[in-house]
Design a protein around this ligand. Sequence first.
Ligand SMILES: Cc1cc2nc3c(=O)[nH]c(=O)nc-3n(C[C@H](O)[C@H](O)[C@H](O)COP(=O)(O)O)c2cc1C
Ligand code: SF4
Length: 454
Amino acid sequence: MTLLDYGPDAILMKGLDGRNWRLKDYEARDGYQALKRILSEKIKPEDIIAELKKSALRGRGGAGFPTGLKWSFMPRQAPGPKYVVCNSDEGEPGTCKDRDLLRYNPHSVIEGMLIAGYAMSASAGYNYIHGEVWEIYEQFEEALAEAYAAGYVGRNILGSEFSHEMHAVPGYGAYICGEETALLESLEGKKGMPRFKPPFPASYGLYGRPTTINNTETFAAVPWIMRHGADAFLALGKPNNGGTKLFSVTGHVSRPGNYEVRLGTPFARLLEMAGGVRSGRKLKGVIPGGSSMPVLPADIMMATDMDYDSIAKAGSMLGSGAVIVMDDSTCMVRALERLSYFYFEESCGQCTPCREGTGWLYRVVHRIENGFGRMQDLALLDDVSDNIAGRTICALGDAAALPVKSFIKHFRAEFVHHIEHKRCLVPKDVVEPKWGRVDAPHEPHLANSMAEAA
Ligand SMILES: Cc1cc2nc3c(=O)[nH]c(=O)nc-3n(C[C@H](O)[C@H](O)[C@H](O)COP(=O)(O)O)c2cc1C
Ligand code: SF4
């Protein structure tokens, strides 16, 4: 059986062939050894947390928050139930790595969640799985049943005093349910709307109990760290950026897909692994961390390494690791129009700046794209973005505002050309056809944006 190719440095996706996801296969790859050692040697929870801190594992869900530090916030001694939640909602446009982990290596996630449960004295764990990848949810259920049957999950795990229940829960595809507190609301059976913070989930989480939420990839990295040691994990990456990272490389590359590379790998190398920019075209820009992160032009990206600190220094964020590659056939106004439409559609509507502002951003970009823009629209976009970012309950507001600012900052000439010449700078025969499925709802917005411009 041919192995799936995630790259030569893969550790989480190493030795996978698409079929060897079952318990016996995972055990043959040393799976559950870390959990067994922790339970048999009665390793202290604080030692596990110290190991994670040393490994410089940072959350793979978006913000890159240090995992060991997050686990240390959990009030372990507090009486009553405490929970661990795995965020497999994976709704960020461009991101498609967590579903690979769940599809091809689900027991690594289960073992990571169990170690988390032990380290934080949590009585139960929930894996909230993106509902539009239903077969993955069903497969995870199968893997979980295997783990229960083998005594890795449930009461008195492997004869120890540690008991931990685990459940898989399907989401229904709303992007906002990936935001951790909206996810908790959804898990509780309510409408997925973000909560005000503080209180943070560590003190008031699922059903009002202390809860720690991590991304799927974050949990999957934990068994490897506990098996090979924090130093080995840290050495794979660079200081403050331990380990490998799964990048979903999409867009105008010859071989789109998921690649697992060491943090600190040059972007040029990752691009090469993905087959380079498709033939005959030049790189124009890259969104390095999922659609909510600022876009960067080609020259900056080609000089940047793929780790949290380097991307931040270059002016964007590593986010979820979704690398959206755009070549010179891309109209940046049209690209921003599409992104703005997404955030407008996905806003939960709770806060005014986000509810009203995302629609405003979309309509203004829409009219520029359609030849009805005015020069003052560029300042207006900047102003509306400033009035959303940092003024909302959750970070979806920032996610809507940051791309707008960055597209105008780096590709201003294209926006100006659209306004002055009422057409695109990129030659017509080169620009790809407009997206299909969502074309229809655009016309009413066009009417609105024309009326606003008048
Ligand atoms: C609008 C929005 C959507 C998000 N979607 C996801 C998601 O799909 N998966 C994820 O792991 N984190 C997502 N996050 C981040 C989570 O709120 C949370 O920070 C993360 O799950 C923590 O895990 P980590 O520390 O392991 O990164 C989202 C955040 C926002 C604001
Ligand atoms: S920022 Fe947007 S998505 Fe987040 S809570 Fe407010 S309205 Fe909802």
